[in-house]
Design a protein around this ligand. Structure first.
Ligand code: FAD
Length: 576
């Protein structure tokens, strides 16, 4: 298998900056640096967005509950970034109507300041209407920069139950406000990455290069701070040098520092899980929006529609970094319980779960502070390296950093790197459209017109809509590729064609078959993976990726194993 992305790095094994970690924060930093004309390389040891960035609650939000922790700076920045992402990434980031069911008027007024002061959960005391009103008013105030989303509203019991009749009858009020959700975080990450790669293409060869399945294995202090990179698909290693190293390896930041010969104890990640349900009654009960509410233990949890499925989450448990993050039976029980709390008449069973996922939040070390009260803000730690000839001068480690704030964080990190390099910023990313968000229609009728104008004799409206949803306006590039040869839809899914898989193999750094199921499409998330699909995808990818019959079988087994072990999805392959 030829890995062009790895060869591009191996053939010129130096750059001004090496970014380690291909979650949204590393990729965002890579794009920003590339836009400034910096010679930058990014390495990700697995697939892009396979860490916390692929395990989030999919919310692009101000984080109303962080007001309780006194994190006003973070909430303000998050609300501003939410509004920005709605504008610059409208293909994946959409407004999300959110409803908070409320059962009392004044409850929680005394316990909230106590929680704020002690950062301990204590005995849960429900948050009442008064407290929620204060929070939403501050939230609206932070949102006043252009008003991308409507202001909050309070409804009495009658109106709330008329809109959502499955809510409990003892409800007193419902507050409705808007946040946003990212429908396809994996593809948004890829879009940001490809923007970064494009920015570096300037005639004589790319100055911004990135590869997945390439890890930072170690640093040799005796060899001028040269690092060793390892190709995780072939096991091969090679040396690489950079002036500055950016460590955006999320919950693994301390491990990465250790691999570079420095002990740090910045991180204290917490695990969170979600389940995805195929449950039409629950989907209907959500009325197209998110339910965001307090469970009996005082945790804020959520239920909301994602395409034709319902997402339920999440937990917040101190993570053991030596164990895989997976959704446990206890967590599933907790989720069923919270659904019963808000929709008492809706029953949920295990066979309605089509997918589960779990990840570790890259939070700062927090010792005695309860997980829910650990700061969600981010900071950048700088480590000066001993002077060496040609080696890096500093390592900048990111501690924290939410999905919502990735652009702002990338801007901060880039500014710090530019200072190290003595280079001026040239471009701001604040208003720059991301990938297939450029020219994306901003109304439903605009979307329909776009679809109509991109249909062809071989592409009906449904297929065109799938491509627009998956790639945004970058679908035009994909369609040009599809039209360059004869194509057909797979037999096992109307959502993928043979040439589209070939396009992914050529342009999207597919390392394993499972990457297509989890991170290039939403087929796994929606519970649509079958044995037939595995075999068909393997057959198509085998050509462009150079898989022998043995590798093809291994890839099917690997996909089955990942789906079973990390997502509780069992797929029986038709062919061994
Ligand atoms: C359960 C849960 C719910 C969340 N919900 C939300 C939400 O609704 N909204 C929101 O804004 N945020 C949310 N977050 C937080 C958000 O997802 C994360 O903070 C963010 O994605 C972190 O991105 P990152 O790039 O810093 O880290 P990661 O995405 O974890 O990326 C780090 C990457 O580094 C790679 N890596 C590690 N070691 C090496 C090495 N040696 N060499 C190369 N690569 C390496 C890893 O493979 C990984 O891909 C949630 C997080 C979780 C876990």
């Amino acid at each position: 298998m030829t890995r062009t992305a790895v060869s591009n790095i191996r053939n010129r094994p130096k750059a001004q900056v090496l970014v380690v970690g291909g979650g949204i924060n590393g990729v965002g930093t890579f794009r920003d640096l590339a836009l400034q004309g910096v010679d930058v390389v990014l390495v990700e040891r697995g697939d892009y967005c396979q860490g916390a960035s692929g395990a989030s609650s999919h919310m692009i939000h101000g984080g109303i509950r962080y007001l309780e922790n006194g994190e006003f700076r973070l909430v303000q920045e998050s609300v501003v970034e939410r509004n920005r992402l709605l504008r610059i990434a409208p293909h994946y980031v959409k407004p999300l109507q959110t409803t908070i069911p409320i059962y009392s008027t004044f409850s929680g007024i005394l316990s909230a300041p106590a929680r704020f002061l002690t950062h301990k959960q204590g005995k849960p005391k429900e948050r009442g209407a008064f407290l929620i009103k204060i929070g939403l008013t501050i939230y609206d105030f932070f949102s006043r920069d252009g008003g991308s989303v409507p202001r909050h509203k309070f409804h009495g019991r009658k109106k709330a139950l008329a809109e959502m009749p499955q809510l409990p009858a003892n409800l007193k009020y419902a507050a409705t406000y808007f946040d946003a959700s990212v429908h396809n975080p994996e593809r948004l990450t890829l879009d940001v990455l490809q923007d970064g790669e494009k920015a570096g293409v300037n005639g004589g060869g790319a100055t911004s290069r990135a590869s997945n399945y390439l890890s930072l294995a170690s640093m040799d202090a005796g060899n001028g701070g040269t690092v060793t990179l390892r190709d995780e698909l072939t096991g091969e290693t090679f040396d690489f040098s950079a002036d500055v190293i950016v460590n955006t390896t999320g919950a693994w930041v301390d491990f990465t520092n250790e691999a570079m010969g420095a002990v740090s104890s910045y991180m204290g990640g917490t695990k969170g899980s979600h389940i995805v349900l195929d449950h039409p009654e629950l989907l209907a009960a959500c009325n197209g929006g998110e339910l965001f509410f307090e469970h009996t233990d005082g945790r804020i949890v959520l239920i909301y529609p994602m395409e034709d499925r319902v997402l339920v989450g999440t937990t917040d448990i101190d993570a053991n970094m030596n164990e895989d993050a997976v959704c446990t039976d206890e967590e599933i029980e907790y989720f069923f319980d919270l659904i019963g709390h808000v929709f008492p008449n809706i029953k949920v069973t295990n066979d309605q779960i089509v997918y589960t996922f779990s990840g570790v939040r890259p939070l700062p070390r927090h010792d005695a502070t309860a997980p829910g009260f650990v700061s969600r803000d981010y900071r950048i730690e700088r480590r000066q390296l001993p002077a060496s000839d040609g080696g890096p001068s500093a390592v900048l480690s990111l501690v924290g950093g939410k999905w919502t704030t990735f652009r702002a964080l990338a801007e901060h990190m880039t500014n710090d790197v530019l200072k190290e390099l003595g280079v001026e910023r040239k471009v701001s990313t604040a208003k720059l459209a991301i990938g297939g968000g450029a020219g994306f229609p901003d109304t439903e009728s605009g979307v329909q017109m776009w679809i109509k104008s991109h249909m062809s004799s071989t592409r009906d409206a449904d297929r065109t809509a799938v491509l627009l949803t998956r790639y945004g306006t970058r679908a035009e590039d994909v369609m040009r590729y599809l039209d360059g040869g004869s194509d057909r839809l797979l037999h096992s899914s109307r959502e993928l064609s043979v040439r589209e898989l070939e396009f992914m193999a050529e342009n999207e750094q597919i390392g394993h078959l499972v990457d297509v199921l989890i991170r290039r499409t939403s087929l796994a998330f929606r519970g649509l993976v079958t044995g037939e699909l595995l075999n068909e995808i393997a057959d198509v990818l085998a050509g462009p990726l150079g898989w022998s019959a043995a590798v093809r079988s291994e890839e099917i087994k690997h996909a089955q194993n990942v789906l079973d072990r990390f997502h509780r999805v069992q797929v029986h392959s038709l062919v061994a």
